[in-house]
Ligand binder design. Structure first.
Ligand code: N2P
Length: 392
């Protein structure tokens, strides 16, 4: 029941954030059934494969449960080449350059909107993905902001960019100083960063992760198009630059191993780090924070490249991933919420009740909803970030 409330909250909040253009997509003669349609179309009896039994997937690191790709290979006889990218910027550059060689890619919706508009992604072969019916209609509705008729994208997972802490080490480094009410102070306020640099501050290494949360911290629109806002964010960041030890998008081991006591990181990665630290015998408490002013939501979505050589194999894999048990496995092992409604029911109780994974509706309402970047905003973010990182 609670999940349902959250789903409704998600769609209400995100649709509200879309503004007036977000009328429900017209249902006029769709070529394929929409995701939420319960009626089973005349689906093929089994998966359809391409002649060449190969599938090339490009996904984020630490995002796929162990053994899942091998299970698909075994069942389908398809050889999967699985590569990873660390930032939306890196994936975007590949897609724009073309001939990626990849069939399935997993962009965040903040980038996917432009990729769809730019013709870089092809519509999903929905009639070959009957498990789309397992997706949460509320989540699919939120995706219409990037993909108006739910034709191109289906969630791999969602989550949020937030502050991760090794509470044990942070408390020690702060000496007698109390924890701030707003966890973003730990990474953006010199009063705190000057103390925490001794135990290691890490930032994700991507303009479109850091600049939106910096803008939000100083009270600006996270997706601003105003040059003055970028200037202000740059000025705020410059004050803490000398305290940041590490820029990385693969910092799970740095967090787990104690190299970074505080980070701007992805929620699930902090949860993975917490588990890894415990496995390694550490007694430190590692936590993904729910900052009082909210965190930056992302939706990462599976999509098929426009020149995919194995579009049928891609559909078969997507359908495989959308089986409830596989979606649940992702949440259980990677610490990110799934948008697969049927899968949620199979998530382990300790994961389902972890509020930093399946956040509660009242916190969700405080979060920064995804939007999309104009080219100018992306450029401003890159310039501001690069100047910050170089310390200029
Ligand atoms: C990596 C998860 C990536 C999420 N483990 C960021 N989009």
């Amino acid at each position: 029941m609670k999940k349902q409330v959250l789903a409704l909250a998600i769609s209400a909040i995100l649709l509200a954030a879309c503004g007036k253009k977000e009328e429900p997509a017209p249902a006029a003669a769709p070529a394929a059934p929409v995701a939420a349609a319960p009626a089973a179309p005349a689906a093929p009896a089994g998966p359809v494969y391409d002649d060449e039994k190969v599938l090339n997937i490009y996904n984020w690191p630490d995002y796929v449960p162990e053994g899942m790709v091998a299970a698909f290979e075994k069942e389908s006889g398809i050889k999967v080449n699985y590569d990873t990218f660390e930032t939306n910027e890196a994936l975007h550059a590949k897609l724009v350059a073309g001939n990626t060689g990849y069939d399935i890619v997993v962009p965040g919706t903040v980038f996917a909107k432009g990729q769809i508009e730019g013709g870089l992604l092809q519509p999903l072969k929905k009639d070959q993905i009957p498990n789309l019916a397992n997706m949460d209609p509320a989540i699919m509705a939120t995706l219409t902001k990037a993909d108006p008729e739910n034709k191109h994208l289906v969630p791999w997972a969602w989550g949020f960019t937030t502050v991760g802490i090794n509470k044990t080490k942070v408390e020690k480094a702060l000496g007698g100083m109390a924890m701030p009410e707003n966890a973003w102070d730990l990474v953006f306020k010199p009063e705190y960063t000057s103390k925490l640099k001794s135990c290691g501050i890490a930032y994700l290494d991507s303009p479109t992760e850091i600049i939106p949360v910096a803008l939000h911290y100083i009270g600006k629109d996270a997706y601003s198009n105003d040059a003055a806002d970028y200037k202000a964010a740059g000025e705020m960041l410059a004050k803490v630059r000398k305290d940041v030890r590490l820029f990385s998008s693969t910092m799970i081991d740095d967090i787990a191993g104690g190299k970074a006591c505080v980070s701007i990181a992805w929620s699930g990665d902090v949860n993975i780090a917490a588990g890894r630290a415990t496995e390694n015998g550490s007694k430190d408490v590692i936590e993904a924070m729910l900052p009082s002013t909210g965190a930056l939501i992302f939706f990462d979505t599976m999509a098929v490249t426009k020149d995919a050589k194995h579009p049928n194999n891609a559909a078969a894999f997507i359908d495989f991933y959308l089986r409830p048990e596989n979606a649940a496995l992702m949440s259980n092992e990677m610490g990110y919420p799934t948008g697969n409604k049927a899968g949620v029911a199979q998530v382990k109780p300790e994961i389902a009740s972890n509020k930093t994974i399946f956040v509660e509706a009242d916190y969700f309402a405080k979060m920064i909803p995804p939007s999309s970047f104009t080219n100018e905003a992306r450029e401003a973010m890159a310039n501001t970030y690069n100047a910050f990182k170089k310390g200029k």
